[in-house]
Design a protein around this ligand. Structure first.
Ligand code: ZN
Ligand code: ZN
Length: 337
């Protein structure tokens, strides 16, 4: 499914199977998650994507062919590909273990073709083994919603009372990890979205309400997953002294000005950018121990536009995932939104 230009629907196309170059693996894609970031690319909110582009950075597939010099993986092995597709290894960030901030980093499904396809190539150094116990479809959301959610949770520190703003793919995973760690979870959704609020309670949130509501007690940290800048001061108002508001998305509408008083008291506002391979290793080891159970809405690959529209409407319960034909596991198809 090709993006020819921003703000155009994806187009079903036949393209040549790519060849893995040195250090790369060719993957037969089985499933690919649909992330909010994919919409930001489609909508032209992230500048200068590769064009035409294959979106998708929550890829689960099996190794079909191995490029020169790769000894990490064997043919047939199941692996996952995340958002960080390449980093330089030479800049000050890479040297400091902060490859997520690499000046020359390249990202899957943005500057590198991704997983909305039957085959894709990936740099073997940025590919992870996928834990057993997950089907391909259920594993896919772990690769971004899970990984970036996990990085955001770490950035929230040891907060006992955790607010989650926007209860989509990432929050539904983070809520489970947070409960496993003994934290208390408070979920904020769009006003009137009682379905999402009920979903949050099922996953262990002790309170769920609209994003402009006051939770029953102050929060020690909040993670803002929704790309809505107005949620930053809203969350700051609910965070206790010393608390942190983590902005987890890659793109957000402008943050409105706010009185210094709501930041005073050593409150912190910070963002989380991308992921490191260490995040991936840690989270993919942790997920089966929780165990994180992903809620998914499967779509066949050729209905990627429907999945994106449903994501845009905020109607996905958990994560939308594309199933690739031939993976032998085409699911119950979700009705057209
Ligand atoms: Zn993502
Ligand atoms: Zn670098």
């Amino acid at each position: 499914m090709l993006l020819d230009a921003p703000r155009r629907p994806l187009r079903l196309a036949d393209t040549a199977i790519p060849e893995p170059g040195p250090g790369q693996v060719l993957l037969a894609v089985k499933a690919c998650g649909v992330c909010r970031t994919d919409l930001h690319v489609c909508d032209g909110e992230l500048p200068n994507p590769k064009l035409p582009l294959v979106l998708g950075h929550e890829i689960v597939g099996t190794v079909a062919r191995i490029g020169a010099g790769v000894d990490r993986f064997a043919t047939g092995q199941r692996v996952g590909v995340p958002w960080l597709g390449w980093s330089c290894g030479e800049c000050r960030y890479c040297h400091a273990g902060r490859e997520n901030l690499c000046d020359r980093a390249r990202f899957t499904g943005y500057q590198i073709d991704g997983g909305y396809a039957e085959y894709t190539v990936a740099d073997a150094r940025f590919v992870f083994p996928v834990p057993d116990g997950y089907t391909d479809l259920r594993a896919a959301p772990l690769l971004c919603a899970g990984l970036i959610g996990y990085r955001s949770l770490v950035a929230a520190g040891d907060a006992g009372r955790l607010g989650l703003y926007g209860f989509g793919a990432a929050a539904h995973i983070v809520a489970q990890v947070a409960r496993y760690q003994g934290r208390r979870v408070f979920a904020f959704t769009r006003a009137g979205d009682t379905e999402a609020q009920q979903f949050a309670r099922q996953l262990g949130a002790e309170w769920a309400g609209p994003s402009d509501a006051q939770p029953p007690e102050p929060l020690d940290a909040a993670i803002v997953f929704a790309p809505v800048g107005a949620l930053v001061p809203a969350a700051l108002r609910e965070v206790a002294k010393g608390g942190t508001v983590v902005c987890a998305g890659i793109h957000m509408s402008d943050v409105p000005s706010f009185p210094y008083e709501i930041l005073w008291g050593e409150r912190v506002v910070r963002s989380v950018a991308n992921l490191t391979r260490k995040d991936g290793e840690e989270f993919l080891a942790l997920a089966p121990r929780v165990p994180v159970r992903t809620e998914i809405e499967p779509y066949p690959l050729e209905r990627a536009n429907d999945a994106l529209e449903r994501q845009r409407a905020g109607k996905v319960r958990g994560a939308a995932v594309l199933a690739v034909a031939g993976s032998g596991q085409l699911p119950d198809l979700h009705p057209v939104p």
